[in-house]
Ligand binder design. Structure first.
Ligand code: GLV
Ligand code: MN
Ligand code: MN
Ligand code: MN
Length: 413
């Protein structure tokens, strides 16, 4: 099959630099946390870049930026690509950004080469992929797939601010969430270009990965209720120390996740009350997650965490409650789309390897609507969600080239 037009390295390099410049100067790294000012600026900048590249661009009610390039066969369902440009606090310059800018560069290259697609092409910068203190990841793609629920919007952070409030404060319209939704019939396939965020490709000396499956993720909040007491006068055997029980739960999460090779578990935050050195803790809140490629393993971890918190309660005389928040099933990629991606890589001179994704992606939500696939480019040292995150420009250009080739292949179907 004929080769897709090559992405232009200089152009993708300079758009990447401009995007990186739109970060929060008050946070470490290259932070563009969802629904903050730099994120809003980035959203409008991306919409402008899409227009410059020849697309119609609009921003929907939750902040997804959607660029559309009409096809020559108006009744054909759309082929969709994209990723996100929000970051974790203190994050890097590549996670998500590569998939959005790579797609825009592909459209530029198509235009310059006079390539017209049969299918409509949509390029999406999904809002708030990274999650938030309310504990909801993939907000924009959830809205598009119809899986952003009133419960998600009502979820609150530790100060009681809801996700809906945060979205509204960014000038968006969470009450119009239903208008964000797409029908499955509108879309033929979704492909996401992304950095690997782990060390596997580099260790294997592979230039590209095609994703087999994306981890299932289950978030939990454990609230532990103990009794506040005087730290000097309460004997050690007469305490109901919420923080000690929480410490046992945190270590149990680590032990449970490490008890099999196919799971990871993390407690990312701990809050206690009253947070005074000379008071036995009355309350502790532990928030974390388990991830695994296997739904059965996640179910087992859920049960075992419940048993572990009960053990802590028996030991400390506390009362723990476990709440499960966002639950996303492990998501296999579509075999046919993945074959197209492997062939597309070969067309442009790369032998891509198959790879599992432990990171979550907007693709998980798009898989509710249509067949999906993902292209990974290597991450130096496997580092991600940190300022040191790095992928060589040449690898970004290679990834965008494979994306372009894959879109041409999918357009022929
Ligand atoms: C998001 O990047 C995640 O995988 O947690
Ligand atoms: Mn990402
Ligand atoms: Mn991320
Ligand atoms: Mn992610």
């Amino acid at each position: 099959m004929t080769a897709a037009p090559q992405p232009v390295a200089d152009r993708i390099g300079s758009t990447w630099q401009e995007m990186a410049d739109l970060h929060d100067p008050d946070l470490p790294g290259w932070s563009r946390v969802a629904f903050t000012e730099p994120d809003t600026a980035g959203r409008h900048w991306i919409a402008d870049r899409m227009r410059t590249a020849g697309m119609d661009a609009r921003i929907d009610a939750v902040g997804n930026v959607i660029g559309v390039l009409p096809g020559t066969a108006p009744s054909a369902p759309a082929i969709v690509t994209g990723s996100h440009t929000d970051t974790v606090p203190g994050g890097g310059r590549f996670d998500g950004v590569v998939g959005v800018l790579g797609a825009i560069e592909m459209v530029e290259a198509f235009r310059e080469a006079g390539v017209r697609l049969r299918h409509e092409l949509r390029v999406v910068d999904f809002a708030n992929e990274e999650g938030n203190p309310q504990g909801v990841m993939l907000v924009g793609s959830r809205a598009i797939s119809g899986h952003l629920t009133p419960q998600h919007l009502a979820a609150t952070d530790a100060e009681g601010t809801s996700l809906a409030d945060v979205i509204a404060r960014a000038g968006l319209r969470p009450e119009e969430i239903d208008t964000c939704r797409w029908d499955a019939g509108e879309v033929a396939a979704f492909v996401e270009l992304h950095i690997e965020q782990g060390p596997v490709l580099e260790q294997q000396g592979a230039s590209l990965g095609i994703v087999t499956r994306i981890a299932g993720i289950e978030n939990f909040v454990v609230d532990v209720l103990g009794r506040r007491d005087h730290a000097g006068t309460t004997p050690m055997n007469a305490r109901n120390d919420a923080l000690c029980a929480a410490a046992g739960t945190i270590l149990a999460v680590e032990r449970l996740a490490a008890s099999g090779a196919d799971s990871v578990g993390t407690v990312g935050s701990l809050t206690t009350s009253p947070e005074a050195t000379n008071v036995v803790s009355e309350m502790a809140r532990v928030t974390g997650e388990f991830r695994s490629p296997h739904a059965e393993r996640l179910a087992e971890l859920r049960d075992r965490l419940a048993a572990a918190t009960a053990e802590q309660d028996a030991a400390w005389g506390t009362e723990s409650t476990v709440r499960w928040g966002q639950v996303d099933d492990p998501t296999p990629m579509d075999d046919v789309v993945s074959e197209h991606l492997l062939d597309a890589a070969r067309d442009v001179g790369h032998e891509a390897v198959r790879i599992y994704s432990g990171a979550g992606h907007d693709t998980v939500q798009m898989a509710h609507l249509c067949p999906t696939g993902m292209i990974f480019v290597p991450s130096a040292g496997g580092r991600s969600h940190c300022p040191e995150e790095w992928t060589d420009l040449s690898a970004v250009v290679d990834g965008a080239g494979v994306l372009a080739q894959a879109i041409l292949r999918l357009d022929e179907r």
